[in-house]
Design a protein around this ligand. Structure first.
Ligand SMILES: CC(C)(COP(=O)(O)OP(=O)(O)OC[C@H]1O[C@@H](n2cnc3c(N)ncnc32)[C@H](O)[C@@H]1OP(=O)(O)O)[C@@H](O)C(=O)NCCC(=O)NCCS
Length: 181
């Protein structure tokens, strides 16, 4: 069943609510024995305060400039955030023709097509930009729901680093995927 949630670009005034949402979302990381979807220890999972400034400055930086970022969120019928996707500059100056994607869907809204719609929103925007030729992402190897979603949306695996992370006693690989614009 498709969800009716509307998807909107995140404006600067939306950032405080987005930070609260992201903090709650990241606290799900590996909770109650579920899979880790971020390379952070369970006890440290949350939205780091030092990442906030990057969102604020990145949203006003022109695309192609260091640190740029654009984000979209999905709002449910009550106006509550139920999913997000963002695109951001890669750290390498010579890779301005590429960007990195991050995303998540609220635990109560999964498996209703929202992840696919968020991805399509970000990819459609990237197609209008001219200077972005590739959208890249990184996903923990064991995160099969995310890997299936990305594959269905046209991302292909470019590599895998086994045992990149050791978190809470587990060895975790990282999978690199990309989508040609
Ligand atoms: C990964 C995530 C974003 C998927 O969002 P979603 O809204 O549930 O995705 P969709 O409903 O659009 O699913 C589209 C397809 O993805 C795959 N998929 C999604 N969830 C899945 C699951 N739990 N198991 C297997 N496949 C799954 C399926 O192919 C699915 O299509 P189908 O439902 O017709 O089988 C969501 O599970 C999530 O937020 N997880 C935690 C955060 C996270 O992993 N973020 C990505 C970090 S790289």
């Amino acid at each position: 069943m498709e969800t009716a949630a509307g998807i909107h670009p995140v404006q600067r005034a939306d950032l405080p609510a987005l930070f609260v949402y992201l903090d709650d979302h990241l606290r799900d990381n590996g909770r109650d024995g579920t899979l880790l979807f971020q390379p952070m220890a369970r006890a440290e999972s949350g939205f780091p305060v030092d990442k906030r400034a990057g969102f604020v400055t990145g949203m006003t930086a022109p695309v192609g400039e260091p640190g740029w970022r654009r984000a979209w969120f999905a709002l449910d019928e009550q106006g509550l955030i139920c999913g997000h996707v963002d695109l951001r500059a890669r750290p390498e100056r010579a890779a301005r023709h590429r960007c990195l994607l991050g995303m998540g869907v609220h635990r109560d809204h999964r498996r209703q097509g929202l992840g696919g719609r968020l991805l399509e929103t970000a990819l459609a925007w990237a197609r209008t930009q001219g200077g972005i030729d590739w959208v890249d992402l990184e996903v923990i190897a064991g995160n099969l729901p995310a890997r299936r979603l990305y594959q269905r949306s046209g991302f292909v695996v470019t590599g895998e680093m086994p045992d990149l992370f050791r978190i809470d006693g587990e060895q975790l690989g990282y999978v690199y995927m990309t989508h040609k614009i």
